[in-house]
Design a protein around this ligand. Structure first.
Ligand code: CTP
Length: 402
């Protein structure tokens, strides 16, 4: 992968050094262009040391015989990334202004462009910046961020450059991967089933595994819809995230997302909900005979089983999780059949494993075959690693079935 990285003048330029490091770790060739403004924040020496490439900063030195011309510089790459992208460079790009090497390369390139805007929140919200962003998007320029958070001047708002890891994810997705063209649906997190306006039934699911799977599929190029119950996890970059509360809302959002090629149900959906959610808070002393309320529960729809049983738009691959505390593999294999899915990832959620809410997971992948289910033990790994392995396995399977 070859990236032409344009660093323009913003305080976030220091984060671009980490981006270069991340890109190099991924085996990318990084050719850096440092604008005059960018050079106020990071030195050409640190940029070239990390990129292990010459830093380009002057349009006219490129006409030198010994140098690569600016047209070649703009085209001998798979992607052009502008990070940080200031309001100024975005305005020039939107209007076709080419008055230095960076903007000339941007005008001359025939490669996809990804920008990571970074500026003060007022500059970002300004009508002119918004208009420029609309123009750029309409011209096919991809964006990542800006994020909400603390800005250089100590203000809080939208304008921070996306974190290097998020830019890296956007770069990988922009360059396409083995899941390019694949539509994926992922459920994640718990559901909240209201008892009254202030109380609900929930479980300990954090959403870490499901969110990691959505992110991993997007990184391999899939168009991902993540339907998430209440979770503290951030929306993964490059993923369309739909936030829901209850199992019934989660089912509706999943059906809305169809058709998809693959569905991965990682949510810990509440199996039951109160038959009737009270519209007012249930008060202790006010019940007719002042006894404790009896919660009547009814079963929730099973989202995984519903997706597995769709007639005309069943995803080609339906994947569930089985959270068990004992006889993990046997119970999970039974679920494979009862829920009509193709694969089940079985995990032990006994309290001693720390799986619920924790960062690691130990799973068995159980897949349906013509004979007995095939069981594969995966080594204990972080939820992010499990997600990456699953996404790759999905890519292999859908690729070979295509
Ligand atoms: N699941 C779902 N909808 C439900 C219940 C579960 O989509 N109403 C999905 C989960 O996302 C998971 C799989 O079904 O992929 C298995 O969930 P699990 O909680 O292990 O199984 P249950 O069906 O709830 O069965 P039990 O609690 O009896 O083990």
């Amino acid at each position: 992968m070859r990236v032409l990285l344009i660093i323009s003048g913003g305080i976030a330029a220091y984060k671009s050094l980490e981006l270069i490091r991340g890109l190099r770790r991924h085996g990318a060739q990084v050719r850096p262009i440092l604008t005059k403004g960018g050079a106020q924040f990071v030195t050409p020496l640190s940029v070239s040391a990390l990129a292990q490439e010459k830093v380009y900063d002057d349009l006219f030195s490129l006409t030198d015989e010994s140098e690569i011309g600016h047209i070649r510089l703009a085209r001998e790459t798979d992607l052009v990334v502008v990070a940080p992208a200031t309001a100024d460079i975005l305005a020039k790009m939107a209007n076709g202004i080419a008055d230095d090497l960076a903007t000339t390369a941007l005008l001359a390139t025939d490669r996809p462009i990804l920008v990571a805007p970074a500026m003060n929140s007022r500059m970002w919200a300004q009508a002119s910046t918004m208009r420029n962003m609309e123009l750029l998007k309409a011209n096919g320029v991809m964006t990542v961020g800006p994020a909400h958070g603390e800005l250089a001047e100590g203000e809080i708002g939208i304008g921070r450059m996306a974190e290097p890891a998020d830019i890296l994810a956007a770069i990988e997705a922009a360059l396409g991967g083995p899941l390019t063209g694949v539509r994926a649906l992922v459920t994640s997190g718990p559901t909240h089933e209201p008892i009254d306006p202030v109380r609900y039934i929930a479980n300990r699911s954090s959403g870490k595994q499901g969110h990691a799977i959505a992110g991993a599929c997007a990184r391999l190029g899939a168009a991902v819809t993540l339907v998430s119950g209440p979770s503290n996890e951030a929306d993964p970059p490059g993923v369309e995230t739909v936030h829901v509360e209850t199992a019934r809302d989660m089912l509706d959002a999943c059906l809305q997302a169809l058709p998809v090629d693959v569905a991965i149900c990682a949510a810990a959906v509440s199996d039951w909900r109160p038959a009737e959610a009270e519209t007012q808070k249930i008060k202790k002393g006010r019940r007719t005979n002042a006894t404790s309320p009896n919660l009547e529960l009814v079963e929730n729809p099973d989202i995984l089983a519903t997706l597995g049983a769709r007639e005309n738009d069943r995803p080609r691959l339906v994947i569930g999780f089985a959270a068990e505390t004992d006889d993990v593999v046997a119970y999970a294999a039974a679920k494979l059949a009862s829920k009509g899915c193709d694969w089940i990832l079985a995990n032990d959620v006994s309290p001693h494993t720390g799986t619920f809410g924790g960062d690691d997971n130990k799973v068995h992948l159980i897949s349906r075959t013509a004979d007995a289910p095939r069981i594969e033990e995966w080594p204990e790994a972080s939820k992010v690693e499990v997600a990456a392995r699953l996404a790759e396995r999905i890519a292999e399977t859908l690729g070979s079935a295509a």
